[in-house]
Ligand binder design. Structure first.
Ligand code: ATP
Length: 597
């Protein structure tokens, strides 16, 4: 697997609010329900703030007047307020629970769809664990944020403003005492925010890296066991897990510090207000009922104030999750320019005209991997591509289906520049089979039929393709064509997987076929059988076949020799054997060994 980055946060100032505002397009469809849930929560909090006022009325009225019926009435009103508060909080949850699940699902679908459209170069750079953690963990954090902290930041903010208005209307001097800790709290919260967001970002990145290690260990379990690398792999995992643990502990410490301050300062202020209030009551400046109401309101405000630290922390984590989500979403999709263009209709085969290519991460001082490729594969012709290992054969074949985009020159299929063909059309025209075949967690039938594009292939076509690729082993599988293969299914041998991948490539009878050493894992007898059957298929298509062995070269009408980034010779196998010393060298036993992998 290529070295993949964990794509750290882009440099520059970051605003948590701006990051979260980017969620708006996804939240927009449920804005009504979200606003309704905020209103329900504000009303519920207001009920809690009304309770002290009823208490004040009870203490200064029926309790002071020894009026039991008034106390019963007050008790009834309190019960009603309590029930209303509970009912409104229930309504809030009901309003958002289901719609938020659909917001999460739509974001996940958007990310998945986007990842499918991103160029191979993107996937070369990004570790799969990072993408996995963005599509799962980060989106869960965002759903939680929309369900809870977002609404409660608004609701608790409103409750604090409303509560302080009530406190000031009761006793403004005591209200001022409670306001005193606000200034240091705001300063401390902004320091906390800056430090916590850094810690949250590195924890989420580390979780992605950890997922990558797990994924690689699971996929590469055979290699790990075969080379006895389980200890070093476990150590690598442990190091990453410890790193994540350290960051999570750092986050917990930051949270504990801010929480301690957020809880202590208001408590001290309430204590001071209580002492001052008692003095005012004893001086007759304040009624006992007002002091009870004041203190009950102040205590009712404890949760909205105390929750701020926790809400800020989740909001920060959510802003980081949004950043990570949009980093993937913002990656530029593969260029799909010229949508809808069709091949000119003239049968012209495949033409490479002064094609150049270099990988985006190639060192600056190195020449282009491919520079000035000129090659014409005639209609219906099979061209073998031969060259020393690492010279760029796979890269060159990957340019035809635009898995990579050429950095210069042009490639035409029957006269149409592939840069202006729509992706869909290109996929219809070109089929590929790679040396290292990937099968999906699906049945044999589905794996093969997917080669025929969205329309699929009928049973007869699948059977024909399996027959050509000599997949007689399929009949012996437990459920024949319906046997599950791939990661979740039955494991097949390398040669069996290669033959299924070949069947997938030819099932749609593509006009252009690109085969990257598709028979390398077969024994000589099976290879001969596949080649005999493949000749019939190749007779009807224009094909480029990467060949490492003379037997594969024999499938081709002509051979192109790739050397130092250029096509240095084209001709039949026998012509090249006579004309090209390099080709002779490559086809000789020595070179075959050097080419063998
Ligand atoms: N994704 C990538 N990013 C950067 N460099 C790459 C990438 N893939 C391949 N390369 C480099 O490009 C060069 C050509 O690789 P390529 O796989 O095309 O060679 P090849 O001729 O097919 O080799 P082989 O015969 O061994 O299959 C190699 O030096 C390789 O290291």
């Amino acid at each position: 697997m290529p070295e993949a980055t964990s794509d750290p946060a882009p440099p520059g100032p970051r605003s948590a609010v701006r990051s979260l505002l980017r969620l708006w397009p996804y939240v927009r469809p449920i804005r009504g329900r979200l606003a309704g849930s905020a209103v329900a929560a504000v009303l519920a909090s207001s009920m809690a703030l009304l309770i002290p006022l009823v208490l004040k009325w009870m203490v200064d009225g029926p309790v002071a007047d020894h009026d039991p019926s008034g106390v019963w009435l007050g008790g009834g009103v309190l019960l009603l307020l309590g029930l209303l508060e509970a009912g409104l909080f229930g309504l809030r949850r009901w309003l958002v629970a289901r719609p938020l699940a659909s917001v999460e699902a739509s974001m996940r679908s958007a990310l998945y769809g986007h990842l499918q459209r991103l160029p191979v170069a993107f996937h070369d750079r990004w570790a799969s664990g990072q993408l996995l953690s963005r599509a799962t963990m980060d989106l869960q954090i965002l759903r939680m944020f929309l369900a809870f902290p977002l609404v409660f930041l608004v609701v608790n903010g409103a409750a604090i403003v409303l509560g302080f208005a009530i406190l000031f209307s009761q006793a403004w001097t005591l209200g001022l005492v409670l306001l005193l800790p606000i200034v240091p709290l705001v300063i401390l919260c902004s320091v906390f925010e800056a430090r916590y967001s850094l810690a949250a970002r590195s924890a989420q990145d580390q979780a992605g890296d950890l997922a990558t290690v797990v994924e690689e260990s699971v996929l590469g379990v055979r290699i790990i066991k075969a080379f006895g690398r389980h200890r070093s792999q476990t150590e690598a995992f442990r190091a990453k897990a410890h790193g994540l643990r350290r960051t999570e502990l750092h986050k917990a410490r930051l949270l504990a510090d801010i929480w301690a301050l957020i809880m202590t300062l208001p408590e001290v202020a309430i204590g001071a207000a209580l002492i001052l209030g008692i003095m005012q009551v004893s001086d007759g400046e304040l009624s006992a009922g007002t002091l009870v109401a004041f203190l009950t309101t102040a205590l009712a405000l404890r949760w909205p104030v105390e929750s701020l630290g926790f809400l800020l922390a989740i909001s920060n984590e959510s802003a980081t999750a949004a950043d990570r989500f949009f980093e993937a979403i913002d990656a530029v999709e593969a260029d799909a320019s010229g949508l809808g263009a069709q091949p000119a209709g003239a049968l012209d085969g495949v033409r490479f005209e002064d094609v150049r290519f270099r990988y985006p991460d190639a060192p600056e001082n190195t020449p282009d991997l491919l520079h000035g490729i000129d090659l014409h594969i005639r209609p219906g012709e099979t061209m073998a591509l031969v060259g020393a290992t690492g010279c760029g054969k796979t890269t060159l074949t990957a340019l035809i289906p635009r898995l990579h985009d050429a950095t210069g020159g042009r490639i035409t299929l029957d006269g149409a520049d592939i840069a202006v063909l729509s992706r869909e059309r290109l996929r219809e025209l070109v089929a590929v089979a790679f040396e290292e075949p990937t099968l999906f967690s699906a049945t044999v039938r589905e794996n093969v039929a997917m080669g025929a594009g969205p329309g699929g292939a009928d049973e007869a076509a699948v059977l024909r393709a399996l027959d050509t690729a000599q997949c007689d082993f399929v009949a012996r599988l437990p459920h024949g064509l319906d046997t599950q293969v791939g990661e979740q299914g039955l494991s097949l041998s390398g040669g069996q997987r290669q033959r299924l991948a070949l069947a997938r490539a030819i099932v749609g009878s593509p006009a252009f076929l690109v085969l990257d050493d598709p028979l390398s894992a077969l024994d000589v007898h099976t290879e001969a059988l596949v080649e005999a059957a493949l000749r019939e298929v190749l007779a009807e298509t224009t094909a480029l076949v990467v060949a490492h062995r003379p037997s594969t070269v024999m499938l081709a009408d002509r051979v192109a020799l790739l050397s130092e980034g250029r096509i240095t010779a084209v001709g039949t196998h026998h012509e090249l054997l006579t004309e090209s010393a390099e080709y002779r060298h490559l086809m000789s036993g020595d070179s075959e060994r050097s080419m063998a992998r």
